[in-house]
Design a protein around this ligand. Structure first.
Ligand code: B12
Ligand code: SF4
Length: 489
């Protein structure tokens, strides 16, 4: 081997290769910039690649530039980066991803296929975007929660709908499209698909736009069946991903703080134990959603803390057990809430607790009861939403039958507006009550009282998050108040 290193041509070839790599890289960068394909990539060598434009539309209040959401409330979505990763690798394609939460849509873009995702509140915006690009000649495809729940409506607005998980149907659609035999509807997968779940293509996440850039999912769906929730209507099974795949994905993330997007990290306790044991080896910190029954699994809870768990988002929803029972959420025991919060605090976990107002048992007194509880129990980051019967859920069917649905303007189904007739108060009283709870829970004296429990090391972050939520609350309930839906009833 030694003779090879002494050979003068060896050093020449090393130098030449280095120069070639540097020049090649620079040309690639310049070409990408000139063609406006920032955050995009070209595969294959065909002269006319298939142009796929993937847009994540946002509701007015979340929209870049005009909305009231600021950077600190932005989590990087993985939906479009996942679809980008699923595009068949043997095709010549050019992909561009736009998340309207962090960038303005360039309506002059040209595309062969436009893909839009949508939840209920963004459906009107998704249709508007699809209409525009269809006029310009794009073939329009829609997927995600709204198209899965209200497929017929979506089909009236786009060329093709892909229901449920798109891991197999989206690549199939692209192949069919290129063979000009695409269908109007692809059923997708509503049940387990563990083996085909890919990691999102993170080149499409514009990191500078988000406060939480390193977003990951270790499972899909939820094992519970709360009646107001959409998750189990979308996907009828709880699916865990391959542990090795997720751990490798997390290991490759540049940041030390990971945000899990899973609806419930403890849907499968045995799997969760195995997963967090592996995660503990990576030296990361993380936050994610967990159902309150995590307290019934002390061994798992300790593993979660050991693996870097520092923030739990918990849906407490109500302080009335009857409300929880009626919503099929009896696993949530109101009598244990205060103890649960104190235990989590002692273990070094910050609690973001979410409450919903507008259950049939709620009265005008409910607002003060919840307010008093969140301050007394010292919930680090309380969050309040208005009961929203999303179309496609049992809650919507019931309220519709009772003639209590006040509007079908889906943009109002955003958790901040009243879209149904509450039982024991007027829509306006419900809205005003929730506004007052936000204002009082985030008054400076309330913040001070809530932040006197451990974990003390996390207090600077908790304080900053509180000030951010305070600003958010003021913007939604004051600046946005003029846009709020006011039914006649
Ligand atoms: C993580 C999450 C969040 C995060 C991050 C959101 C974000 N910007 O990505 C946070 C906490 C910020 C959030 C906020 C909100 N969320 Co959210 N969220 C979720 C959650 C738990 C997971 C979503 C996810 O990323 N999944 C992983 C990706 C890969 O899956 P996916 O998006 O479903 O995509 C797959 C398929 O659906 C399909 N697909 C999706 N789109 C498309 C498009 C095309 C063209 C194709 C072919 C396929 C396709 O392909 C993908 C691969 O299989 C879901 C619950 C759920 N089970 O989906 C709720 C959920 C989507 N959220 C919901 C709600 C209500 C909200 C809020 C309005 C809450 C509030 N009141 O503020 C806000 C709105 C935010 C906004 N407009 O962006 C509801 C939506 C209900 C509805 N019908 O509208 C859900 C379903 C939860 C629930 N309550 O049931 N959310
Ligand atoms: S536990 Fe949470 S995600 Fe699961 S069904 Fe209930 S509300 Fe939905």
């Amino acid at each position: 081997m030694i003779w090879f290193y002494q050979y003068p041509n060896y050093w020449f070839s090393v130098l030449a290769s280095l120069v070639l790599i540097i020049v090649g890289f620079r040309v690639y960068r310049i070409r990408s910039r000139e063609s406006g394909l920032i955050g995009s990539y070209i595969e294959g060598s065909s002269r006319k690649p298939l142009r796929i434009l993937l847009i994540h539309p946002q509701h007015r209040i979340q929209r870049h530039g005009t909305g009231v959401y600021k950077k600190y409330l932005r989590y990087a979505p993985v939906t479009m980066p996942t679809l980008a990763a699923l595009v068949p690798k043997d095709r010549d394609v050019q992909i561009q991803v736009i998340d309207e939460m962090v960038e303005t849509i360039d309506f002059d873009l040209e595309a062969d296929i436009l893909g839009v995702t949508s939840i209920t509140s963004t459906a009107p915006r998704a249709y508007e975007i699809a209409k525009h690009f269809k006029k310009k000649g794009a073939y329009t495809v829609m997927g995600g929660p709204h198209a899965t729940l209200l497929t017929d409506e979506a089909l009236e607005n786009v060329d093709t709908v892909i229901r449920g998980y798109a891991e197999t149907s989206w690549p199939q659609f692209i192949r069919d499209f290129q063979d000009q035999k695409q269908k109007r509807l692809y059923e997708g997968n509503l049940s387990p698909i563990r083996d085909v779940i890919v990691s999102p293509d993170r080149r499409f996440i514009k990191r500078s736009g988000y406060v939480a850039c390193d977003t990951v999912e270790m499972s899909r769906g939820c094992s519970k069946r709360c009646d107001f929730c959409v998750t189990h209507h979308l996907h009828n099974a709880f699916v865990t991903k391959d542990i090795k795949q997720v751990i490798n994905e997390i290991r490759s993330l540049p940041g030390r703080i990971v945000t899990f997007l899973d609806p419930n990290l403890i849907g499968n306790v045995a799997f969760a134990k195995e997963f967090f044991t592996e995660l503990a080896k990576l030296n990361k910190y993380w936050a994610g959603s967990v159902s309150i029954d995590v307290l019934e699994h002390p061994e798992l809870l300790d593993l979660m803390v050991k693996s870097g768990g520092r923030g739990f988002l918990i849906g407490f929803e109500s302080l009335d057990q009857a409300a929880l029972d009626s919503a099929n959420k009896s696993f949530s025991k109101v009598s244990r809430y205060a103890d649960a919060i104190a235990t989590l605090h002692r273990k070094g976990i910050m609690v973001q607790g979410s409450f919903v107002f507008g259950f049939d048992v709620d009265t005008r007194d409910t607002f003060d009861q919840v307010l008093d509880f969140v301050v007394r129990a010292k919930i680090d980051l309380p969050q309040f939403t208005i009961y929203t019967p999303f179309p496609g859920t049992a809650a919507y069917t019931r309220l519709h039958k009772e003639g209590r649905i006040l509007t079908k303007d889906w943009s109002r189904y955003n958790g901040h507006e009243v879209v149904f007739q509450p039982k024991n108060m007027s829509p306006q009283e419900l809205f005003d009550g929730v506004s007052r709870v936000w204002a009082e829970a985030y008054s400076l004296p309330s913040i001070a009282k809530r932040l006197t429990d451990p974990p003390y090391l996390l207090k600077p972050i908790t304080l900053l998050s509180n000030l951010n939520f305070r600003a958010f609350m003021r913007r939604v309930h004051i600046e946005e108040a003029g846009h709020i839906f006011r039914p006649e009833a």
